[in-house]
Design a protein around this ligand. Structure first.
Ligand SMILES: Cc1cc2nc3c(=O)[nH]c(=O)nc-3n(C[C@H](O)[C@H](O)[C@H](O)COP(=O)(O)O)c2cc1C
Length: 252
């Protein structure tokens, strides 16, 4: 489900903010749920709750690309799951950031935009350490995000990570949500933003991905995806209880 509040912050005049929020179980969320509500209250921000918008995982690629095209800041918001993003967020990346549109020859739609990752972890910050159970500093899990942005010509802004979302106290959660909303409301007037380098160019030579096989790949992928989506939708309809007590909360 997407929502847009009326313009009225600096970003609205400079191209807008598109927040893509993904949480597979909003009703269990303590932090992301409050960030979703906070983003919706910031003027000029378009917010998409992916699991609410696409419960059948059938992403509207055209609509997503149109939203991205008009944004200046693209924000991915989600809990970290297995050192990465939730499944529907990953599918969104796979489906929407297409060759020839987001990257590769002619793929310039996102060039010059800013990309901001806003993530929560269940584990506290000290656990992301070579001597602790996650074995790596959290930064070690960021290159796939950073390089995805770079391949599309987007500048990777410093991520906002909230550690220990399950154990943090109420004051810490509130402070984090306030910081997040304040950042959305003040973009692009962030104190450090001028010092962040523009993205280096990452052109993909046409020879690395011949058009013919790519076109064929696209046809196969899109046929497979539509068939899967239809199958999943049919299965969900068949399994849907009459009185749906277990209905997932799409919006928070
Ligand atoms: C399937 C799954 C995988 C998870 N993987 C990680 C992980 O790799 N690292 C971590 O710190 N927390 C992990 N968590 C915990 C979530 O990140 C944590 O519950 C979430 O950030 C809390 O935010 P919320 O209150 O909005 O739900 C995982 C949770 C689930 C359900």
């Amino acid at each position: 489900m997407t929502t847009t509040t009326l313009p009225g912050n600096p970003a609205a005049d400079s191209g807008g903010i598109y927040v893509i929020a993904a949480h597979p179980h909003w009703r269990d969320s303590r932090v992301n749920r409050r960030m979703l509500a906070a983003a919706r209250a910031v003027p000029g921000v378009e917010v998409n709750d992916l699991y609410g918008s696409y419960p059948d995982f059938a992403i509207d690629v055209e609509a997503e690309q149109a939203r991205l095209a008009k944004a200046r800041l693209v924000v991915l918001v989600h809990p970290i799951q297995w050192y990465s993003m939730p499944a529907l967020q990953k599918l969104w990346v796979d489906d929407v950031l297409t060759y020839g549109w987001a990257y590769g020859p002619g793929g310039t739609a996102l060039q010059g935009k800013d990309f901001w990752l806003v993530a929560t972890t269940g584990s506290p910050e000290p656990s992301y350490h070579p001597q602790s159970y996650h074995r790596y500093f959290f930064d070690a899990f960021l290159p796939p995000y950073e390089q995805t942005a770079a391949l599309c010509g987007m500048r990777f802004l410093p991520p906002l990570v909230f550690y220990g979302a399950r154990s943090a106290d109420e004051a810490e959660v509130t402070a984090h949500v306030d910081t997040y909303a304040q950042r959305l409301g003040s973009y692009p007037d962030w104190p450090e933003i001028e010092e962040i380098d523009a993205c280096i160019a990452c052109p993909v030579p046409e020879a690395d991905r011949p058009a013919e096989s790519d076109d064929m790949g696209k046809v196969v992928a899109s046929t497979f995806h539509s068939a899967m989506s239809r199958g999943i939708a049919a299965m969900s309809a068949a399994n849907e209880p009459k009185n749906d007590d277990n209905h997932r909360e799409g919006t928070a």
